[in-house]
Design a protein around this ligand. Structure first.
Ligand code: WTA
Length: 646
């Protein structure tokens, strides 16, 4: 038996209780749109939609036209109205050890209070609100309050620098920023609001769109906390004082719910726009089907940060629209020590556990004795997301964490797809370690060559989505051309969505996603573009030119390796130069974009037309024999590069 023909069947006990069985594929295939309409009816609509999909202005889709709903009401109020107000929505676990349990009734009050407070601060439907916060309950409350008001939120990962925050605030013309005074990072409080102050600037340089900053007290520690009178207000003084009564308005199905900036192949991050009815339909439906979630019984835990799409979809909108009870954990997996995740699983009886492969590989490095020291028998399903999971990590996950009893769902999707697109169904699919297996019911994908022809089984091609789907992006904020160019121009003739990933079907028809085929790197499940890091490096005064590649890395999937050329006239550099450049990137973008390695080289390998040959740099960084160098202007540059590599 070859490695890739080994399959893991769901247990008969799991199959017997699963939310969905194999027949759903047939049902969805028979009439895709009717099936999605059925999924949409899992939500409460104030006005019923008149059609399922309007694709007349492709690639701009209108899902469930005519329908009106309020997303926050679907995530909160309707559970309270159905008598489930006492159910815990969030078990919040703070990094220093504090915790809070928040019921759906409490969540409703908090969301209404925030909606009233934001209204008092001038926020109206259609306005944008930037959210720059660690993983505290107020972050979710803020997102839901925006949804309730029809204000479009733009969450910016709190690990991003003030420069990155500013560019996102400006692009969206955000009116309000919600943040915290500080955040805990590996056990220590660190200021956060100061980054907002820096981002917003003063005088002529001030961010023009922002009227107010609401500040949640989290660390209460920053001794030099700056306060701008008239602009800054404390959460406790505004939201804390507001009324918990709020009448929610219903919005059109395509009302923009949120923007989320993501890296593309060019330097400037783009604001991916998601709507309401279509987004929530697929988000809610996939949460139910992929995680086999049982209301009132399961405890779900998604380890993403709300700064990424996984946090939006599978911490906020998916679980809450299903009335789930979930963990919201503020900290890192090894604070105060490597037992943290397993203690949380034990304490709260976590049943569904959804993490990134990079974390699983980190657990593997820490050793099996750590999970073995805990009772993990509450777990009944494991999930993976963010990057391809290597078969070894998959098997370790199943064995060491899942006790060989939990099905694993390896879910492929993107910021742009909004929710899960390719995944096993846990009570149906015989899974292969490392494979995402099959498109979800109602989703249609192909693997094609450059000409759009299906590639034969066993061969790699481009992953495309050949039918629109409900949680698809509505566009790129303020840039329709970029939306068309990036996603729809590669296979324009066929009208297919180009995902930017390579994939293959194996001999048995299992789908394997192989990673990006463009200049986007995946570091610990974070999307970072090579050109974004290159742009940051060349803003350093000593750097003339930079080339960045993602080299394979055992733990993080890929690691960022930079090659830089110094400016004319710079003859000596300090010993700290590599570190200086790494820090420079952290300041320009975020610590997550710090190169693992910076090499100062005399020249970069270029083709005659002046293109940097990144493929060859990758060979160097990964210690391989060089590929074809015949198109290089000067093949000797590599000897120079190799000899200078530290
Ligand atoms: C990669 C995260 C293989 C892929 C939800 C995609 C994956 C990018 C998987 C999107 C998976 C995500 N298997 N690759 N299960 N999940 N990816 O926008 O390259 O942060 O294009 O969305 O992550 O990253 P994003």
């Amino acid at each position: 038996m070859t490695e890739s023909s080994v399959v893991y069947l769901p247990s008969p006990e799991f199959v017997a209780q699963a939310n969905v069985g194999p027949e759903i594929y047939g049902r969805a295939d028979a009439d895709r749109l009717a099936w999605w309409a059925e999924q949409a009816r899992r939500l409460d609509w104030e006005t019923e939609f008149t059609d399922v999909l309007d694709w007349s202005n492709a690639p701009f889709a209108k899902w469930f036209p005519g329908g009106k709903l309020n997303v926050a009401v679907n995530c909160v109020d309707r559970h309270v109205d159905a008598g489930k107000g006492d159910r815990i929505a969030l078990h919040w676990v703070g990094e220093p050890g504090d915790s809070r349990d928040i019921t759906y009734a409490q969540l409703k009050d908090e969301v209404c209070k925030a909606a009233n407070a934001f209204t008092n601060l001038g926020v109206r439907a259609g306005d944008r609100v930037a959210i720059y916060m660690p993983m505290v309950p107020e972050a979710i409350i803020t997102m839901l309050a925006c949804a309730r008001l029809g204000a479009t939120h733009s969450v910016v990962f709190a690990g991003f620098s003030s420069a990155a925050l500013r560019s996102r605030i400006d692009d969206a013309e955000a009116k309000l920023v919600v943040t915290t005074d500080g955040q805990y990072r590996r056990g220590e409080p660190a200021p956060l609001k100061s980054a907002v102050d820096e981002a917003l600037g003063t005088g002529a340089d001030a961010a023009a769109s922002v009227a107010h900053v609401v500040v949640v007290k989290r660390t209460n520690h920053d001794p030099s906390l700056n306060w701008v009178a008239g602009r800054d207000v404390w959460w406790d003084d505004t939201v804390g004082e507001a009324s918990p009564e709020h009448e929610a308005e219903a919005f059109d199905s395509d009302h923009p719910l949120f923007l989320l900036y993501t890296s593309g192949t060019t330097g400037k991050p783009k604001g991916i726009v998601h709507g309401s009815g279509g987004y929530l339909t697929q988000t809610s439906s996939t949460f139910h089907n992929v995680f086999d979630h049982k209301e009132g019984r399961d405890v779900f835990w998604c380890g993403a940060d709300i700064g990424w799409v996984t946090g939006h979809t599978y911490i906020v909108y998916g679980p809450l629209s299903n009335g789930a009870t979930e963990i919201l954990y503020e900290g890192t997996p090894n604070t105060p020590n490597e037992h943290r995740h397993f203690q949380i699983i034990e304490k709260y009886g976590v049943t569904l556990y959804y993490m990134a492969p990079t974390l699983i590989r980190t657990f593997m490095k820490w050793g099996r004795a750590i999970p073995d020291a805990h009772d993990l028998s509450s777990l009944r399903l494991l999930g993976s997301v963010g990057e391809p999971i290597n078969p070894e990590a998959w098997r370790w996950y199943r064995d060491a964490i899942g006790g060989n009893r939990c099905p694993i769902v390896d879910t492929w999707w993107q910021t742009e797809t909004g929710s899960c697109m390719i995944s096993p169904l846990p009570g149906v699919t015989a899974t292969k370690p490392g494979a995402a297996m099959a498109p979800m019911p109602g989703i249609s994908v192909r693997i094609v060559d450059d000409n759009g022809h299906d590639v034969p089984r066993g061969e790699q091609g481009y992953l495309v989505v050949d039918e629109p789907w409900p949680s698809m992006l509505m566009g790129v904020w303020g840039d329709d051309d970029r939306y068309r160019d990036t996603y729809w121009s590669r296979f324009a003739e066929q009208g297919w969505y180009f995902a930017g990933d390579g994939a293959r079907y194996d001999e048995d028809g299992a789908l394997w996603v192989l990673g990006r085929v463009d200049d986007v790197m995946n570091v610990s499940g974070h999307r970072i573009s090579t050109s974004e890091v290159e742009s940051a490096l060349v803003t350093h005064p000593d750097v003339a030119e930079a080339a960045v590649i993602g080299a394979s890395d055992e733990t993080t999937g890929q690691g960022i390796v930079a090659f830089v050329i110094l400016r004319e006239g710079i003859t000596s550099i300090p010993d700290s130069f590599e570190q200086d450049l790494r820090n420079h990137v952290a300041v320009e973008i975020s610590p997550i974009a710090k190169p693992r390695e910076v090499n100062v080289v005399p020249e970069l390998p270029k083709t005659r037309s002046g293109k940097i040959m990144r493929r060859l740099l990758k060979d160097v960084a990964e210690g391989r024999e060089l590929g074809d160098t015949s198109t290089l202007v000067d093949p000797t540059v590599f000897e120079n590069i190799r000899s200078r590599r530290r």
